[in-house]
Ligand binder design. Sequence first.
Ligand SMILES: *Cc1c(COP(=O)(O)O)cnc(C)c1O
Length: 434
Amino acid sequence: MPKQTNLIVRSPAFLYREAKKVFELHCEQVPLAKLAARFGTPAYVYSTQAAQFRFKALDQAFDRVPHTLCYSVKANSNLSLLRLLHKMGSGFDVVSGGELERVAQVGRRALQNTVFSGVGKTADEMDTALRAGILMFNLESESEMRLLAERAHRVKKKAPVAFRVNPDVVAETHPYISTGLREHKFGVPMADALRLYSAAAEQCWLEVRGISVHIGSQITSVQPFGEAMARVAELARELLNRGHAIRYIDSGGGLGICYGNGQGVEQELSVTAAAYAQALIGPLRGLDVHLLLEPGRSIVGPAGVLLTRVLYLKKNGEKRFAVVDAAMNDLLRPSLYNAYHEIVPVERRDGTGTAKVDIVGPICETGDFFARDRKMPSLEEGDLLAILDAGAYGMSLASNYNSRPRPVELLVQGKKVKVVRKRESIKGLIAYEK
Ligand SMILES: *Cc1c(COP(=O)(O)O)cnc(C)c1O
């Protein structure tokens, strides 16, 4: 067994281990190079241990109050990951009929701890969710409320509801993933909430159950969470005074992770989680409610890497490029949000020098990049790279642009590896077409 080194890469699940003067990046006990040789690249590799550790750390931070983590399926919707989290007691947050079906596949019981979010639920999706007996619909408009009441009547199942309120707080994150401002499409205005709850209470096929809020994603300060919760708690008190049975407060997701060049986020997670819990629980003091949380990224983000191989090195004038076999269709975050991902060589050879390089994919778009002017140890064609913290919004945002089959997904546990999604085939891609 190779010696473990203290060169932690982001999360203890991904470590360099030394064997004969070479430092090889592992996922748990498995060398990534071995996975690349066996399953090809690009490949998503997830660590069971990391996902479990992170779920537990978040869950324990909220121990002092009745709560349920409803993992946000859109962060990574792989069935094996959902099953893993379900086994640990996770509920789910879904935003489409497709995600709801995934939860149903994981287990009927999982549906009872599932909340349905999203601004544009269709009648069909509502019917399916009603029949499935989910925990709560998070409503985002008056029209949606009326449609749901109608569907509930038709299906003869009372619909448990909350309104997702828009708390109008500033969450410092990328504008595309900030959702809690008045100018955003999400939620109903605070000022309309009392009227909407009264209107919902008059509908005999709706059962008011809670209030929900979600202010955005990749939020790295706990302050906006606290501010939003203070507003929600105030509303909850007002609604309770008026006789509405507010039993659940759904605080949404959005806790950020560290994508930067830091070390050992895993050790810090308990600290972050404690501060996060404090910010959310504080304003709820004196309220007899069950807290729901919808974490996505904070659980699976650091638990996954995208493994890719350098195809070509080239120079255009002074600029150096490493063309790799993964592309924006596999991991869209750099192109979409200009997001930073740490990229490390799978095999570290010490003392080879460094150079600034753009790490780009083969797609015909200038936006197809993973890093620009990134200082990297000097690379060679054929080298393997690991794009870190790619477990969330990686595969779930992947597409088939340029007719590229999506990568294989591998789940590691100790020394064991499972293919949890096969690499797509070109034949499969075109099978839908005439
Ligand atoms: C995307 C989303 C989440 C998850 O956000 P993370 O940043 O991944 O924690 C939770 N709730 C809702 C309503 C969402 O849209």
